[in-house]
Design a protein around this ligand. Sequence first.
Ligand SMILES: *[C@@H]1O[C@H](CO)[C@@H](O)[C@H](O)[C@H]1NC(C)=O
Ligand SMILES: *[C@@H]1O[C@H](CO)[C@@H](O)[C@H](O)[C@H]1NC(C)=O
Ligand SMILES: *[C@@H]1O[C@H](CO)[C@@H](O)[C@H](O)[C@H]1NC(C)=O
Ligand SMILES: *[C@@H]1O[C@H](CO)[C@@H](O)[C@H](O)[C@H]1NC(C)=O
Length: 460
Amino acid sequence: MMAVLWLLILSSWARLADASCSGMVDVPQRYSNRELIEEGDRLRDDVDFMTRLRQGRLKRLREELRRHNVTAAVIFDPINIRYAVDFRNSVLFYVRNPLQYLVVPTNESAKCLLFAGSFGSDALLEAFNGSLEFHPAIGATMASAGPRENEKIDDWVNQMDEILSPLAETSPFGKRIAVERFQERATRGLRDRGFDLIDAQIPIEYARSLKTEEEIVAIRHGIKVVEEGVHRLRDALSQPEANVTENEVWSILHSTVIACDGEYAETRLMNSGPKTNPWMQESGTRRINIGETVQLDTDVVGPFGYYVDFSRTFTAGYGLPGFQATEKQKKHYKLAMEMVKHNMELLIPGASFEHVTFNAWPIPEEFQAHKYHVQTHGTGMSGEYPWIFHPSDWASYGYDGIVKEGMTLSVEAFIGSDQGGEGVKFEQHGVITKDGFQLLSTNVPPEPYLLEESPQLCSA
Ligand SMILES: *[C@@H]1O[C@H](CO)[C@@H](O)[C@H](O)[C@H]1NC(C)=O
Ligand SMILES: *[C@@H]1O[C@H](CO)[C@@H](O)[C@H](O)[C@H]1NC(C)=O
Ligand SMILES: *[C@@H]1O[C@H](CO)[C@@H](O)[C@H](O)[C@H]1NC(C)=O
Ligand SMILES: *[C@@H]1O[C@H](CO)[C@@H](O)[C@H](O)[C@H]1NC(C)=O
């Protein structure tokens, strides 16, 4: 009996190996929290590695500031602050409350200044070898300053003027600086002092779009953690508990992410049954029934602040004796796999976004209306530049650019009929190498029970 079972399992994995193609594993590796935590700690404790990771990103950022002809950038987005100087501090709080900011002078010989309520770690100071200074921040928001908000904003403008004007004097770019979203009065205040402002997100997104070697190491670690979380979530769907809710299953991924020093899931995109089409419905208290589709998009800001973004679709109860997925579930799954495989192959260095757009897998009419809004997008410390759209949206949203070595991208598929019924989400996360798209999200292979009727999927 066991031998027969093993043969069955092995033969379905063998077919899977063919069907999954493009670098996916045959048999997934599983990890304990301990193994994942220790792997992360080995990187964290490697001073040399962490210094190269931090300095490499700051160097990228300064290159882009120089290319955009600015003397300095003033940054508020906590994810951009983490990118620039690896300062990790309650991201979601500071996204809403701009009480922490960073000045990055383009000139390497000038220090970066981090203005924060709490002072960063000695480790951070060491990594920047005296080229980063901490200062108390001015709280210029309604919540922190109440009716004194304008006074505090004026103080902030004075503070920036004192820092930026001397930099401007020795810089070839003068008073041209990059600033990120902040209070309207602050922006006006800087303009009144003669500063010429550009949106800091432009140089920052370009910088972030090309990853250093060390970033890829950190990203690989994050993917390993999130894949293990997805495996544990998937295990709970094998023979699901009666009345288990979407949220109860979704929380398994969160638990793994937090245990392994990740940050949070940026969205709550896991859904079941009738909620699987159209896509974008959030995880809730809905009970998951046997035989229903369950799909998720990880959207996790994981360890080291790196975003891990791949999607998978399962069928609840896949591990029950005599279980079979429906023909429609398998048909939609096959289409989603084909779409991602086709679009991954377009991503070679030097390809233009326009070329990638117009050579995309042709989405059948039935699935056009509910398609995912982009074909492919950048994935780094969040979802980021570039977004590559579908041919039908090129005229309204499309923009051109070049696929480059070092970009990390997620390739998307959502297959859901405009007539209703369940959908399938599938998405892969990879890195552009000189040979093309190298898959990074390899360890949660496609579901064998959803591929059964399509052994030729990838060799066709
Ligand atoms: C920066 O300035 C140079 C020289 O004036 C110009 O050619 C270039 O287009 C500018 N770059 C940007 C991004 O504005
Ligand atoms: C750190 O700064 C000191 C003093 O400026 C310098 O001698 C040393 O080479 C620097 N170390 C690194 C790793 O940059
Ligand atoms: C960089 O800063 C140094 C020291 O203030 C200054 O001498 C130099 O001219 C600056 N270079 C640029 C390109 O801003
Ligand atoms: C599941 O929910 C149904 C409907 O509320 C209830 O009748 C049933 O007892 C529940 N089963 C379990 C095992 O909780």
